[in-house]
Design a protein around this ligand. Structure first.
Ligand code: FES
Length: 98
């Protein structure tokens, strides 16, 4: 188990437990934290969150919905990401993919 600390937009900070075998998107959905979604396979980029600290694993998949600069800035795609460590995530305003 890992721990996710999350702040979405103007909401209070939330902390929840996460299993390393469940995607971040599914973990957040199970906690009634709903991200925007479309493809659920890493292609569109609309579910993006910013990883402030911690490590995720895409398990061999590629986050096609993010360009190299976005990845370098810490953006991740929760629909294909699994937590490897405790995570701190943030999402400011929903952003359309570029
Ligand atoms: S829902 Fe499309 S990349 Fe996550």
């Amino acid at each position: 188990m890992t721990e996710i600390t999350l702040q979405l937009d103007d909401t209070p900070i939330v902390t929840l437990s996460a299993h390393t075998e469940k995607s971040l998107f599914d973990t957040l959905t199970d906690a009634d934290i709903l991200l925007r979604k479309a493809c659920i396979n890493g292609a569109c980029g609309v579910c993006r969150c910013r990883l402030i600290s911690g490590t995720i694993d895409y398990r061999g998949r590629h986050p096609y919905g993010l360009n190299d600069g976005e990845q370098a800035d810490g953006w991740i795609l929760p629909c294909i990401a699994f937590p490897k460590t405790d995570l701190k995530l943030m999402r400011l305003k929903p952003q359309a993919p570029k």
